[in-house]
Design a protein around this ligand. Structure first.
Ligand SMILES: Nc1nc2c(ncn2[C@@H]2O[C@H](COP(=O)(O)OP(=O)(O)O)[C@@H](O)[C@H]2O)c(=O)[nH]1
Ligand SMILES: [Mg+2]
Length: 287
């Protein structure tokens, strides 16, 4: 019988390439944008980490940024956590990474959740290039994680799945058992396969405790998956009615009050009340 789960060739090819080749391939902005285009604000690669508390979002964010930028915690007891932003210039690519609180935990009220969405999305206008769905490969899938596709569809719409990549943290625990991630997925939970399949077969695995060199290799793989995904999305960032409304609210605010400092040097976000209201209103009308 054929395996229910099969990876698209693009991803398989990436896995087959050896790391030497990956390291030697320089990254150019033209991988994402047309040759000759000047780098502007909109050339920033915007990535959002989503997942439950304890999934490894902040650690993954730090792996991507190459430094301990976001606070990461041992305890899964969530203190009020907020979205935050970090940046890195990596192999010619200016990245902006947004860390989020556990939006899949069902611990936040609807209005708190929508506030966090507003806070997160206003830092990635005109839209993100990628949503990373962060899960762990050392613990069982939680019911909230199983429902994450429904959550994403509900909050961002079906099209958002074209921009999702599953990132599995705690790869060290799989490797400790002398397994590869491919074996782990193949032999593992049907629901993880389903999640990966719903995300177009796009996934990668990371040990956030690995050496800086190993982590940069994972980042290169991830950037290649994002690159392939962007091409499949005709070079377009993810947008929807909510993001368009939020973008307009930001513009109106700028016209009325001038430039405002949305992101502090430490990565914390100053939310704009008008944007929060716009997003809250959008969700009221769409539920
Ligand atoms: N061994 C190992 N520990 C990890 C890995 N990723 C995250 N952690 C740990 O898992 C815990 C939760 O991670 P954190 O990034 O704070 O999760 P978040 O709540 O999703 O932001 C922390 O103690 C991290 O140090 C990994 O790949 N391997
Ligand atoms: Mg965190």
């Amino acid at each position: 019988m054929m395996d229910r789960y099969s990876m698209p060739t693009a991803v398989t090819k990436l896995n087959d390439r050896d790391n030497d080749t990956l390291e030697k391939k320089p990254f150019k902005h033209s991988d994402w944008y047309n040759e000759g285009e000047q780098q502007t604000q909109s050339d920033i690669m915007r990535i959002i980490c989503l997942g439950r508390t304890g999934a490894g979002k902040s650690s993954l964010g730090n792996t991507l940024l190459g430094q301990k930028w976001f606070k990461s915690k041992q305890s899964t007891k969530s203190v009020t956590e907020k979205c935050a932003v970090g940046n890195r210039l990596f192999k010619g690519i200016q990245m902006s990474v947004v860390d989020t609180p556990g939006l899949f935990d069902n611990k936040l009220s609807q209005s708190e959740c929508h506030k966090e969405i507003a806070r997160c999305i206003q830092t990635v206008v005109p839209g993100p290039h990628a949503f990373l769905i962060v899960i762990r490969c050392d613990t069982r899938f939680t019911p909230e994680e199983k429902a994450c596709i429904i959550w994403i569809k509900e909050k961002f719409g079906e099209k958002a799945l074209d921009y999702c990549i599953v990132v599995m943290t705690h790869l060290d625990s799989v490797e400790k058992d002398d397994q590869t991630i491919e074996q782990f997925i193949k032999d593992g939970d049907e629901e993880i396969k389903e999640l990966i399949t719903k995300c177009g077969g796009r996934y990668c695995a990371v040990n956030n405790d690995a050496s800086a060199e190993e982590k940069d290799i994972v980042l290169i793989k991830l950037l290649q998956i994002i690159s392939i995904m962007i091409k499949a999305n005709d070079g377009k960032v993810f947008t929807n009615e909510m993001i368009r409304r939020l973008t307009k609210a930001l513009r109106r605010n700028k016209e009325a009050h001038g430039e405002y400092k949305m992101i502090e040097p430490d990565g914390t976000i100053n939310p704009l009340p008008e944007v929060e209201e716009e997003v809250a209103e959008y969700y009221q009308n769409h539920h």
